[in-house]
Design a protein around this ligand. Structure first.
Ligand SMILES: [Zn+2]
Length: 137
């Protein structure tokens, strides 16, 4: 059991949404972290559990050019956290092998934002690395 509210084998598809404000913050944070990576957790609204509204910055997050940016053991149990976001200094908004390992460990939805960090340079994935759509609201 991890701190994410992940349901193993849950085949029900979530209709993910993210607020434009939250997406803007992700893109700005990724831009200002460049050429390092930016990483954070995704928090949903407590009533609309399919809507990502907030970033949770990790204590002790390492900003570096490796993918070892998430120190998951340092985190409190928080069921409003549904996944992760991190940036790629490269133009590839697709998960690396290390990313896929992270995704499979915990979380239901994972966002990768790639250089140049615009509204068309990001993708979202489920814990298996399949691309999922997130509607910007
Ligand atoms: Zn990555």
């Amino acid at each position: 059991m991890g701190f994410f509210n992940k349901k193993e084998g849950d085949s029900a598809k979530t209709d993910w949404k993210i607020t434009e404000k939250c997406l803007d913050l992700i893109l700005e944070s990724a831009k200002s972290s460049y050429p390092n990576e930016f990483g954070a957790l995704l928090r949903v609204d407590t009533e609309r559990k399919d809507t990502i509204i907030e970033l949770v910055l990790l204590p002790g997050t390492i900003s570096g050019d490796s993918h070892a940016i998430f120190r998951l053991h340092m985190l409190p149990i928080d069921f409003s956290i549904v996944g992760t976001v991190h940036s790629h200094p490269s133009p590839s908004p697709y998960p690396s092998d290390a990313d896929l390992q992270l995704f499979r460990k915990q979380g239901k939805v994972h966002i990768i934002v790639a250089n140049p960090y615009t509204k068309s340079s990001w993708n979202a994935f489920d814990y298996d690395g399949n691309k999922v759509e997130i509607q910007v609201i």
